[in-house]
Design a protein around this ligand. Sequence first.
Ligand SMILES: [Zn+2]
Length: 150
Amino acid sequence: MIESNKIRISGNAKKFYKCHKTEVQNPIVKVAVFTLNLPWTLCGLLLGLLSFPVGIKIEENGFLIVMKVKRIWLNEIFMRDRVVGATAGSLILLSDKAEKFTRAHERIHVRQFETKPFFFPVLYCVELIRHGYFKNKYEEEAYWLSHQSV
Ligand SMILES: [Zn+2]
């Protein structure tokens, strides 16, 4: 969910190359997924408001919010590194240092939120505790897929 400037991709990350590249197509499923992820999206909005917002864009017919911010300082406390992007539910935060790669990376996390609505952050945290940031299978997937797309 959080992306720093450190990039490491383990060789087995490509095993995840299957389900998180395309967005949900069915509009009813899309609304249901958006609603289930709404608590996380609202948390993301709050985080965005605390990160000195400079712009906001609505994409994917209203199902994705992209907020440009000055600095995601709250996440930097936990990461102990510069954070250039973050995703919460249907919201992507991009700092002014974010590049094209970051956008693609965070979009993969949005897709992960969509395939595991509401529960994704719990699964992500379990992975984070068990394997750390870079060995976290969701990060491996996001790094691997975003490198394929840019
Ligand atoms: Zn990430």
